[in-house]
Design a protein around this ligand. Structure first.
Ligand code: MLT
Length: 262
């Protein structure tokens, strides 16, 4: 793990492998370590850069307001500048996908392509926004235990190895309630990205676990249909985190995409 200073704040990231830069954002409420199989064995053809969002893992939170998807994206963009990287394929899992979409809005000239994993282009409806606020208040008052036990069964399929389940659970329980509340509020404020995707003309890979109950295959299909020429890969025997449940299939999908982007 490496660190840079962003406006006086420490920002942590992994930088592994060689090839086209792939800036990959993690989901909620995790850290870049949720890409552990990819960090251990980077996909051929990509230099994988995986930061911790502000407040998560080794990155320091900025202020008390919501952590918007744009704020997370700006940090990622500043990281590319600090590393002297002019453009990258930008992607993310779930909330990380919302961040990748925000990145493409804010810094289009730095984007060589998108990788959208178990995520969605639609915004939250009013009930969804209210749930984000309820999650924020719950974690601030009670810590991460309630959120962890309600999310865990949806993150991994029934077939996921116990070792993976335990690692995912432990990572969630370790996160700071303030950062998790700020990210939950930030997700509730994200815009609809369907128009943006329908205008996007660069290589795009959409990946989804066949058994994902949070952002189901239908959501992935909708995104893939919006982007002309995109590829959709549905990974069997995986739920919301196919990079952890089926790392080999996930790696193969990324490697085929790396060849297409090059
Ligand atoms: C995630 O995995 O990042 C979250 O489930 C995304 C969300 O709640 O919309």
């Amino acid at each position: 793990m490496q660190r840079i200073e962003l406006r006086g704040r420490s920002y942590a990231f992994h930088d592994v492998g060689q090839g086209v830069p792939l800036l990959l954002f993690h989901g909620f409420p995790f850290t870049s370590k949720s890409f552990w199989p990819q960090l251990d064995e980077p996909p051929t053809g990509f230099r994988l850069i995986a930061p911790d969002h502000r407040g998560f893992g080794g990155s320091v939170l900025d202020g008390d307001g919501p952590s918007t998807m744009e704020a997370f994206a700006e940090d990622g963009s500043a990281l590319l500048d600090a590393l002297g990287i002019q453009s990258a394929v930008v992607g993310g899992v779930s909330m990380g996908g919302y961040v990748a979409l925000a990145f493409a809005r804010l810094a289009a000239s730095k984007v060589r392509g998108l990788v959208l994993i178990d995520t969605q282009a639609t915004a939250d409806d009013e009930a969804g926004k209210a749930r984000r606020e309820a999650v924020a208040q719950d974690v601030l008052q009670n810590g991460l235990a309630g959120l962890t036990s309600s999310m865990l069964p949806k993150l991994l399929s029934a077939k996921a190895p116990q070792a993976v389940r335990s690692k995912v659970e432990a990572m969630m329980l370790l996160q700071s309630p303030r950062a998790v509340a700020a990210a939950s509020r930030g997700m509730g404020a994200r815009p609809d990205s369907r128009d943006q995707l329908s205008r996007f003309a660069l290589p795009t890979l959409v990946v989804v676990g066949a058994e994902d109950p949070i952002t189901p295959v239908e959501k992935a299909r909708q995104m893939a249909e919006l982007v002309k020429g995109s590829q959709l890969v549905v990974i069997p025997d995986a739920a919301h985190l196919p990079n952890l449940e089926q790392p080999e299939t996930f790696k193969a999908a990324l490697e085929a995409f790396a060849a297409a982007v090059r």
